[in-house]
Design a binder for this molecule. Structure first.
Ligand code: GLU
Ligand code: ZN
Length: 289
């Protein structure tokens, strides 16, 4: 049997907020309660938005919350060759094509395959690369939500026009290299799962199990994110953040705001069994903070 290995994969675009700690915590607990390992991967492919000081800040913050990677921290920016190799493998299968459509010219919804006549042809300069998804399955057997059907992504981008490897490709390759068995993340990423499974399949990799939990929303109904300027957590007092999360998870008899991260983690481990995480995920897609 595979040893459980989970991960938390923040983008190095800014400080962690309540929603990010929630994601880190749930993936951590799910791993630890199954005697698994938990890894941290920094998603830092986008040089314009990511930098080392964001990565350091994220790692310091995770440490302050007692959430430490069981192995050396992984940086996507060190894996460009792996992503390029994966792209070549897909290219040899004749399932990639250059897309010259501008984002503005495309209607919302799945890409209709306007450039699919270039399938198997040499790539054009300055164009995005898409993958033909004829055999993609949109059903996901979610660990937390049960069977799900997502929307169809159409032929999606695996390498962007600006030369960056797309998240879907990089992520699928990473889960394989890192032998990740279980991906526990927010339901906002459910739609990515069929794309990542599809790429894994085409590359001959086993897909991990996926489980999606509710995302936190603010009083405007927007997901807490760096884009909506969610405020960074206070890393001097992790108990403040942990007690907010415990409230959202309807946990009783919690430690106090002033208690250290270790006390909080011991508390969470004693009450949030995988079954409890599952029932929370099954009840709602969003939690209001
Ligand atoms: N860096 C991505 C994000 O923060 C990774 C998500 C994931 O696959 O867990 O949205
Ligand atoms: Zn196109």
């Amino acid at each position: 049997m595979n040893v459980y290995r989970g991960r938390f994969a923040p983008s190095a675009t800014g400080s962690l907020h309540l929603g990010s700690i929630f994601a880190a915590l749930l993936s951590f607990l799910h791993a630890k309660q199954q005697n698994g390992q938990w890894l941290v991967r920094i998603d830092d492919l986008d040089e314009k938005r990511c930098n080392q000081s964001h990565s350091d800040e994220i790692l310091n913050c995770l440490n302050a919350f007692g959430l430490e990677s069981d192995r050396a921290v992984i940086y996507q920016s060190t894996r460009l060759k792996d992503y390029a190799d994966a792209l070549s493998t897909l290219k040899r299968q004749g399932i990639l094509y250059s897309c010259t459509c501008s984002r503005k010219s495309l209607p919302k919804g799945p890409y209709a395959g306007n450039c699919a006549n270039r399938l198997g042809q040499p790539f054009l300069a300055d164009s995005a690369i898409r993958i033909s998804t004829e055999k993609l399955s949109t059903s996901v057997n979610d660990l937390l939500l049960g069977p799900q059907i997502t929307g169809s992504p159409g032929d999606f981008i695996v390498k962007r026009r600006d030369g960056l490897f797309a998240y879907q490709l990089a992520c699928a390759v990473d889960e394989h290299i890192d032998s990740i068995t279980d991906v526990i993340r927010g339901v906002d990423l459910l739609e990515s799962t069929p794309m990542q499974c599809f790429i894994s399949e085409r590359l001959g990799f086993a897909s991990p199990n996926y489980g999606h939990f509710p995302v936190l929303i603010d009083s405007n109904g927007s997901k807490l994110s760096k884009q909506t300027f969610a405020s960074p957590v206070n890393r001097k007092f992790p108990g403040i953040t942990y007690s907010k999360l415990a409230k959202l998870m309807l946990l009783k008899d919690t430690p106090s705001d002033r208690d250290p991260a270790s006390i909080w983690l011991a508390f969470f481990q004693s009450v949030t069994t995988p079954a409890a995480i599952k029932s929370m995920a099954g009840v709602t897609n969003t939690l209001s903070v």
